[in-house]
Design a protein around this ligand. Structure first.
Ligand SMILES: N[C@@H](Cc1c[nH]cn1)C(=O)NCC(=O)O
Length: 437
């Protein structure tokens, strides 16, 4: 089969595994009532159960990066998918908090390796000026997962119950794991491109300096910290809006039902589905990265300022803000190509994983930070066990997100000004065995 067609089939296979990861990680909202009843847990315990995935995910990013650099994406995703599917089957069979916690954590362990492995696969199978598009397409799977984990998951669990649904997803994961092992290859069997600089780079390329030194260079490089801070601020705020406070804000401020409010977060997921591939594609076509990062950060601040401004904005404007916040995630996704282009191919798993770890640390930190602001302005009332917050509380919570977006803008400006454009270099992925750090 033509290698250019084959790489798409392989990417889709890997993307299906990443889709499973995202359905699991975003499923708690829809399954909340059933999980509380099924595991006999309180709201706080359910929160811990949900968060266990993110803590494990963030903690394991660095080991995941090292693993994929060492053994390649095929074996890493096969093992990851196997573990997360066994975790899902165990979760479906759990009846108590501890088994629920452990099996959900196992889903996090297996899931933690998938995104960095796909990014490493793309380094070998795609040109550098296709990499931003591929990063965007891969991040779009997060948006697709958000959409599937909403109404379709709710309909499926209503029809057959949550345990059979999760069990079925676990079984399909086992099949996918076998598919990845049988069909995916870490590198194309022959170079995909004629130009020496454009050919894909074997993941088994000869190492000239020790991996330990490469790790030290990645961790010490200012760009790692700049991109890491951008992802900390933006992944943190977008996941907190779409995954946590976005629905209560609309319900409590505009007095609409949860179903109506969830359509606004759904719009955010649609933005996340469309924005990263579109902005990634634009970046590859224009040969520009950091300019788009700067512009995207500026617009991201504005979107949060709409939500943070005093008075109640029209719901249509709130809808535009939610959609834009998802869409603009595409600009921050350019952090992955920026960091990949900074380091050699042999360290690309680790460099991607390091900045992704920062993103998910943000996803763990911002819910608490914004929640603390909301608690400080709590009305004192609870409805159906849920605290009712004031408009001022929400404005301050969103102002925190706007300040985080400002920090992302400052880092983007520094990235832009400290690079020769910060854009894809004329050479594609750094040639095998060379060091660009
Ligand atoms: N940088 C994030 C973007 C994101 C995730 N959720 C909301 N935004 C990302 O997609 N990382 C990849 C991953 O590991 O899931």
């Amino acid at each position: 089969m033509d290698l250019r067609k084959r790489r798409w089939i392989l990417w889709i296979l890997l993307a299906l595994v990443f889709l499973l990861v995202n359905v699991y990680r975003l499923s708690s909202a829809v399954l909340a009532d059933r999980l509380m009843a099924g595991f006999d847990v309180s709201g706080a315990q359910l929160g811990t159960l949900h968060a266990s995935f993110f803590y494990v995910y963030a903690l394991l990013q660095l080991p995941a990066g090292v693993l994929v650099d060492r053994i390649g994406p095929r074996r890493t995703v096969t093992a990851g998918c196997l573990l997360l599917s066994l975790g899902a089957i165990g979760f479906a069979a759990s009846t108590g908090f501890y088994t629920g916690f452990l099996t959900r954590a196992l889903i996090g362990v297996g899931g933690s390796v998938v995104f960095v492995s796909i990014m490493r696969f793309c380094v070998s199978w795609y040109r550098a000026d296709e990499y931003a598009t591929m990063s965007g397409l891969t991040v779009a799977i997060v948006g697709l997962g958000g959409i599937l984990a909403a109404t379709p998951l709710a309909v499926a669990t209503d029809a057959i119950g949550w345990r059979p649904v999760i069990f079925g997803l676990g079984l399909s994961g086992l099949c996918l794991s076998a598919g990845v092992y049988l069909f995916v290859r870490d590198d194309p069997p022959e170079p995909l491109y004629e130009d020496e600089n454009e050919k894909s780079v074997p993941s088994t390329a000869k190492r000239q300096i020790t991996y330990r030194k490469r790790v030290a260079r990645v961790l010490a490089h200012p760009r790692t910290w700049l991109v890491g801070t951008i992802l900390f601020c933006t992944t943190g705020t977008v996941t907190t809006l779409l995954g946590l406070w976005g629905v209560p804000f609309v319900v409590q401020t505009y007095d609409v039902s949860v179903t109506t409010a969830s359509q606004y977060t759904l719009l955010g997921s649609v933005g996340l589905l469309v924005g990263p591939p579109a902005i990634g594609w634009l970046s590859d076509r224009l040969g520009r990265r950091t300019e788009l990062l700067v512009a995207g950060s500026g617009a991201y601040i504005l979107a949060f300022l709409v939500l943070a401004s005093p008075g109640r904005q029209p719901l249509a404007l709130v809808a535009v803000a939610y959609f834009s916040i998802g869409l603009l995630t595409g600009a921050f996704t350019l952090g992955y190509p920026v960091i990949k282009e900074q380091f050699s191919v042999q360290t690309s798993g680790l460099s991607t994983a390091t900045v992704n770890c920062a993103g998910f640390t943000g996803a763990a930190a911002f819910p608490t930070l914004m929640g603390a602001a909301l608690d400080a302005y709590w009305t004192g009332e609870t409805v159906g066990g849920t605290r009712v917050y004031t408009d001022v509380g929400y404005q301050i919570a969103f102002a925190i997100a706007a300040v985080a977006a400002l920090v992302a803008l400052l880092c983007s400006v520094i990235l832009h000004r400290t690079s020769d454009g910060g854009n894809p270099e004329p050479t594609r992925s750094s040639p095998a065995g060379s060091e660009s750090e």
